[in-house]
Design a protein around this ligand. Structure first.
Ligand code: CU
Length: 338
């Protein structure tokens, strides 16, 4: 079996607010195979046998006198400028321009840093944990809304599903990759993300009622030790979503102040890892958790410098809303970016 084409149709037409996350967990008896909807490079056997570094034994035990590690993740160095994307060079500039800078550009703020340098949405996890609290895992849900993936950062688990849904009245095309510094990138899937054909477009400038398209659910099989999952829209390059695969339940994302807490850890010595896209491999620190102990750790990730992207906001682009010979009205009605 080289390719699997899976979509969970049972949840596809429910209203967004009413749906049950648990309903979408991939299990054989809840999945239907549909051809041509969600393409995932299965490579199941390969992942099982070659995916070293991904398949760890983890035992759920009653943690007695568990400890805590908490602290902050800071971004060291100047906060990188947001990436700028000239909306007129991508499809659906008026609709997607509902989030733009008022001059026809979409900004991708991939570093959110508070006044103290605290970095939001850094992934913090403990490596080397082979026993502890229950490892419950909900299928991460990634929404395409106003031509933006949300969340920007999430967590995945090898062999478990991700779910992607289109809330927009335009097509998206999701490209999923796994990558690592050692093994490079590999395509996991590339498939259109259909929209809801009953979508009420209304006045997209003033308001827009988002209606979910068919929900696409498929398992991720990461291999050769790759742990970074990256998703981008093939139509709108400014749509990015990132994730890291975890192999135990001791993980979290930093809050808006860069703060994190990981609790109920079996006493022992582990590696504390912090990571964020484009800060290199992340930082790792050996930590020892004492019985009932509370360890405080403040770690820093290094901000990338220089021109990290081909995309920068320009004031005199070759293509602009005025260059097409007809008028394209791009107004940031949802969010006026700066
Ligand atoms: Cu898109």
């Amino acid at each position: 079996m080289g390719w699997a084409h899976w979509v969970n149709s049972s949840i596809s037409d429910r209203l967004w607010n009413c749906r049950s996350r648990e309903a979408s967990i991939v299990k054989g008896n809840t999945m239907r195979m549909w051809i041509g909807n969600f393409m995932v490079v299965a490579g199941l056997l390969t992942a099982m046998t070659v995916g070293t570094g991904l398949l760890f034994a983890y035992d759920v035990i009653d943690v007695q006198h568990g400890g805590t590690v908490e602290g902050t993740i800071r971004l060291d160095g100047a906060v990188p400028e947001p990436k700028g994307f000239n909306l007129i060079t991508f499809p659906d500039p008026a609709y997607c321009g509902r989030i733009s800078n008022g001059r026809g550009w979409r900004l991708l703020h991939d570093f959110v840093v508070n006044h103290n340098g605290g970095l939001k949405d850094a992934i913090v996890l403990l490596e080397g944990v082979d026993a502890g609290k229950p490892f419950e895992f909900s299928v991460p849900l990634i929404e395409a809304r106003d031509c933006k993936f949300a969340p920007f950062m999430t967590i995945v688990r090898n062999g478990h599903a991700v779910e992607v849904i289109n809330m927009d009245p335009v097509m998206h095309d999701i490209q999923g990759y796994e990558t690592s510094i050692e093994a490079g990138a590999r395509v996991l899937f590339n498939t259109p993300l259909v929209m809801n054909h009953q979508h009420q477009r209304g006045d997209i400038h003033a308001m827009h009622n988002h209606a979910p398209g068919k929900s696409l659910v498929g398992p991720l099989y990461l291999n050769r030790g790759r742990r970074t999952f990256y998703m981008q829209c093939g139509f709108h390059a400014y749509m990015e979503s990132w994730a890291m695969a975890v192999n135990n339940p001791y993980y979290t994302l930093t809050d808006q102040n860069g703060a994190f807490t990981i609790e109920n850890i079996l006493p022992g010595t582990y590696q504390l890892v912090a990571w964020h896209p484009q800060t290199g491999p992340g930082v790792t620190k050996k930590v020892t958790i004492q019985p009932d102990g509370k360890l405080v750790e403040h770690l820093s990730l290094l901000a990338p410098k220089g021109n990290r992207s081909a995309f920068k906001v320009m004031d005199n682009p070759r293509f602009g809303p005025d260059t097409l010979g007809y008028s394209v009205d791009i107004q940031p009605f949802v969010e006026h970016q700066h």
